[in-house]
Write a protein of this length. Structure first.
Length: 247
């Protein structure tokens, strides 16, 4: 004789408990898979870390050692871009903070309205907000402004995107231009597929921007291979090959 389903209150509670238990187990398995996929793995592609004279430790709040063989740091970086200088050349110094895109754009507009057109921007920045860096770069290009990294200056992380906005671009012999991986988005607890989608969307936006600015996309290989706690310093030859330097 076939057993009849238990439709008593106790039986229903047991069935609901079993279903919830299965759902919790599935959710836990998915979460484990997401977390596992976001952790470093031991395959050759993920364990490869750039090494050698072009790769250095990176700290956004400090300028790195200025000499290829090492040396003292040049001091702390302001927490947001500071504007200095009068006339046609100004200097942007510090980290690129959220809101700096709109703030720098407003400053350039105000100076232009006062008849103080800026034609050249000197950069000394360890980077920061990618979105704001792209916004500043777009503003610079639309205004026809040139960019440069001066003697002993640095332009790292997201800063090269600001630099790329210049119509004409130059890096002094003792200046440094460096790239690495970026974070896109602020949430750290996301399913892996959502995190990957966010990163891919951000990288696509950056690549589209660089292409519009006339930068060779080969530079992204160095950026994507270099972890966020490291910085890849472009050689003079690489700056020229990727069309970062126009002068």
């Amino acid at each position: 004789m076939t057993d009849m389903p238990d439709r008593s209150p106790g039986g229903i509670r047991k069935a609901i408990t079993a279903i919830v238990g299965v759902q919790v187990a599935i959710a836990a398995a998915l979460l484990f898979t997401d977390l596992r996929d976001t952790l470093p793995r031991s395959d050759p592609l993920t364990r490869e870390r750039p090494a050698g004279p072009s790769t250095r430790p990176y700290s956004p709040d400090r300028s790195p050692a200025s000499m290829p063989g090492g040396g003292p740091e040049t001091g702390p970086m302001p927490e947001r871009l500071e504007i200095s200088g009068e006339g046609s050349t100004i200097t942007l110094t510090g980290q690129i903070a959220w809101g700096d895109g709109a703030r720098i754009g407003q400053e350039l507009s105000t100076r232009a309205s006062a008849g103080q057109d800026v034609t050249r921007i000197r950069l000394d920045s360890t980077g920061g907000s990618v979105a704001d860096a792209l916004e500043i770069g777009e503003t610079i290009r639309a205004a026809g402004i040139d960019t440069e990294v001066g003697d002993n200056g640095v332009c790292l992380s997201a800063c090269p995107y600001v630099f790329a906005g210049g119509v004409a671009r130059d890096v002094a012999a003792t200046g440094q231009l460096g790239v690495h991986q970026h974070y896109f988005g602020e949430s750290t607890i996301l399913p892996a597929f959502m995190a990957v989608e966010d990163v891919q969307r951000g990288q696509a936006e950056v690549m589209s921007y660089l292409a519009r600015m006339g930068i060779a996309l080969g530079v992204m290989e160095h950026a994507m291979r270099t972890p966020p706690d490291q910085i890849y310093l472009l050689s003079r030859e690489e700056m020229t090959d990727y069309a970062f330097v126009t002068e």
